[in-house]
Design a protein around this ligand. Structure first.
Ligand code: C5P
Length: 221
């Protein structure tokens, strides 16, 4: 049990970006390498959990020992997340596109004399908020916040708005080199707690998060 503290537990992790098609060759997306989410899925698997990793399009391989569900759009990601329930813990690390085009053009949009096409955008479902208020809500729901300023204040507001238990906030200002890099500097923010972790590898962040959520789950039983 000491070696595999989460054996028998079911865990869901989202990772990577979503791609929202504009036409057959173009899409809208957020930047995300999937490195942090994939590292978290790997750490949960090493801790003995049964892990479903729902990932948008990434170039890195799925970690060993996880069930990968590959998706493209936010709507597909939400469907895959709901299909993975029930789980004990969910960590939603995906960079979901907030908007998609109202309609996907069936054919490639062409350049015309009249200038650029006007894209009408509609809001995507908020997967974290939906899961946090789901009738099969996992006991622990963790969201991410990529911020460039006022990290803690924004994370606290997000915790409230989304209804999750923790927010793992990171500063993604370009100067940090975190975006797409191998290291992360995060703060774990709960309703009444706030921890600032030293800068460390994304794998180390994952290990520490998994250890913490494991003991959190044990005290919640
Ligand atoms: O609101 P914001 O996108 O900054 O919130 C980030 C957190 O919410 C992340 O955990 C992300 O995975 C999640 N999210 C989501 N569905 C969305 C937008 C964000 O699950 N449509």
């Amino acid at each position: 049990a000491a070696l595999r503290p989460l054996s028998g537990r079911r865990v869901l992790v989202t990772s990577g970006p979503t791609h929202e098609p504009i036409d057959p060759v173009r899409y809208l997306a957020n930047r995300s390498s999937g490195r942090q989410g994939h590292a978290i899925a790997a750490a949960f698997a090493r801790a003995g959990a049964h892990v479903t990793l729902v990932s948008g399009p990434v170039t890195i391989p799925a970690p060993e020992g996880v069930d990968l569900v590959a998706v493209e759009t936010a709507r597909e990601m939400l469907a895959a997340v709901e299909a993975a329930l029930p789980v004990d813990i969910a960590v939603l690390a995906a960079a979901v596109a907030d908007w998609r085009t109202a309609e996907e053009a069936e054919r490639k949009l062409k350049k015309t004399q009249t200038g650029a096409p006007a894209l009408t955008l509609v809001e995507n479902p908020d997967i974290l908020a939906t899961l946090s208020r789901h009738e099969m809500r996992p006991r622990l729901v963790v969201g991410f916040a990529a911020e460039t300023n006022d990290v803690v204040a924004h994370a606290r507001a997000k915790l409230q708005r989304k209804g999750c238990d923790f927010i793992l906030a990171n500063d993604v200002s370009p100067a940090t080199g975190i975006m797409g890099g191998t290291e992360n500097a995060v703060q774990l923010i709960g309703p009444a707690s706030h921890e600032e972790w030293p800068r460390m590898s994304k794998e180390a962040v994952a290990e520490r998060l998994v250890a913490q959520l494991g003991s959190e789950l044990a005290t919640k039983m």
